[in-house]
Design a protein around this ligand. Structure first.
Ligand code: TYD
Length: 204
């Protein structure tokens, strides 16, 4: 089983992933957690290039191919072998991030993105995807109260970009309602976890 999580900055995605992995493990499921971009030595190197603030001149197409390259490496080295071993794989982001950020966010043709995603993942699809959704003004609020001064290259793209990315995710949800669940990220942590757990339990 393959489950992916999606969400904008400060959506609480990482907290939810931790809760889920702990719960799956204590229920006796062999669980593997991976993050994108990253998760293999090569993919982690690509991650550094992608997030490095010095790389301001990176073209949108270079960005698209780097995310995709990191993903193909992860699919082949970790995701597919783990699934073959019968493990549950949890992905902190998967190809929907490319559709939302590079497609809807940057404006690269969605059909082209879909093709590249298929090549990068070798048509590996998540069984379930959870998009933890929060409005953009909530991100700004949470960023201020977190008091973080470090902003990576992707995070410096601005509010308009985030709005497009969010709308992109909501579009994916419309197109694939059986797989892609929108979870209201303004609810409290345990309510969100219970909602996610109910959906997963049905599918386990
Ligand atoms: P990361 O620090 O992992 O952020 P988060 O905790 O939000 O997952 O950084 C990943 C960044 O890369 C994030 O801003 C989303 C972006 N991204 C894309 O633009 N396209 C992609 O295909 C992926 C996987 C991530």
């Amino acid at each position: 089983m393959l489950i992916s999580f999606e969400g904008l900055d400060f959506s609480g995605k990482t907290t939810q992933i931790k809760l889920l992995v702990d719960r799956l493990k204590s229920a006796g499921h062999d669980t593997v957690l991976v993050r994108e971009p990253g998760g293999t030595p090569i993919s982690e190197k690509i991650r550094n290039i992608l997030l490095d603030n010095k790389n301001k001149e990176m073209t949108q197409i270079a960005e698209l191919f780097l995310f995709s390259a990191a993903r193909n490496q992860l699919v082949n080295q970790v995701i597919l072998p783990s699934m073959k071993d019968g493990k549950i794989v949890i992905c902190d982001r998967f190809y929907d991030s490319t559709t939302a950020y590079q497609g809807y966010g940057r404006g690269i043709n969605i059909e082209a993105i879909t093709k590249i995603n298929e090549i990068a993942t070798m048509r590996t699809k998540p069984d379930l995807t959870f998009f933890i959704d929060i409005p953009i003004n909530e991100i700004t609020k949470r960023r201020l109260s977190a008091n973080t001064s470090i902003i990576d290259r992707m995070e410096s793209s601005g509010e308009k970009f985030y709005e497009k990315v969010r709308n992109g995710y909501l579009e994916i949800a419309k197109n694939e309602p059986e797989r892609f669940f929108v979870i209201n990220g303004l609810q409290d942590v345990n309510t969100i976890h219970d909602t996610i757990w109910k959906i997963i339990s049905k599918n386990l």
